[in-house]
Design a protein around this ligand. Structure first.
Ligand SMILES: C[S@@+](CC[C@H](N)C(=O)[O-])C[C@H]1O[C@@H](n2cnc3c(N)ncnc32)[C@H](O)[C@@H]1O
Length: 235
């Protein structure tokens, strides 16, 4: 059962999302555990400030190393060693195979940065992997941490109502996208559900879905490229 320990300055921002849907249910069923730790509690100065001006000058503030390192050490003393991930735009891009590898970990520690990010020395003192959720910059690591917790939890056996949902999701084999989905009504604003899905011939339905998934995968713009035009629901 994965235990996610999240180090953040804003635990209250994470709690509501962890409580709903697949994640909330998985936590209540004891399939995953989450702990939110505010590393401001490890500050020693009167104002409880966690950041300071960058050496060398320049804009913004940097997270001081002491509260981050001391909270990591406290967490590992309390609950044992964790695989440690720092959310950083400069990290390896998070992916479905990475989520698959994290689900095997008994304990994951997610460090949410703020301001200009972490003092570099935390990476020298502890083995911490940098993980990014894409080539864009957010104000903090909380949303990236939630992305990871969510994606990993979906892969924990029993977390989804039907195990096949995760197996058929996009990227399960590394790249193939999911096929299109339809539900009632049969016709909506003049648009009918493809006939093959109504026929009840499961071999034909599987073949149609495979073909659609392949076509979607091939038509997908290169990740990171700009959308040039709306796809008008083609895929
Ligand atoms: C404003 S950002 C810092 C950006 C940093 N100066 C840079 O350009 O790489 C503050 C924090 O948000 C988080 N963050 C922002 N974008 C992210 C992304 N794409 N992936 C993961 N974490 C991100 C990180 O924890 C980061 O320390």
């Amino acid at each position: 059962m994965p235990l996610f320990t999240i180090l953040t300055l804003f635990p209250e921002a994470l709690e509501p999302y962890l409580d709903v849907g697949v994640l909330g249910l998985a936590r209540r069923r004891g399939l995953v555990q989450t702990r939110l730790i505010d590393f401001r509690d490890w500050t020693r100065n009167r104002h409880r400030s966690v950041d300071d001006r960058p050496f060398g000058g320049g804009p913004g503030m940097v997270l001081r190393p002491e509260p981050v390192v001391e909270s990591i050490e406290w967490i590992e003393r309390e609950w044992g060693p964790h695989r440690k991930l720092a959310l950083c735009p400069s990290g390896a891009t998070f992916s479905q195979p990475m989520a698959q590898s994290f689900v095997e970990e008994p304990r994951l520690l997610l460090l949410c940065g703020r301001y200009e990010g972490f003092d570099e020395r935390i990476f020298e003192l502890h083995q911490i992997e940098r993980v990014s959720i894409g080539n864009f910059v957010l104000s903090g690591g909380e949303l990236p941490a939630l992305c990871i917790v969510d994606a990993v939890t979906r892969l924990v056996p029993g977390a989804l109502g039907d195990e096949r949902s995760a197996q058929e999701d996009s990227f399960q084999d590394g790249e193939t996208l999911d096929h299109p989905h339809y539900t009632r009504p049969r016709t909506f604003r003049g648009l009918a559900v493809p006939e093959v899905l109504m026929g009840g011939d499961h071999a034909q339905i599987d073949a149609w879905r495979r073909k659609q998934a392949q076509a979607r995968t091939q038509a997908r713009p290169t990740p990171g490229s700009h959308p040039t035009q709306p796809n008008n629901g083609a895929f």
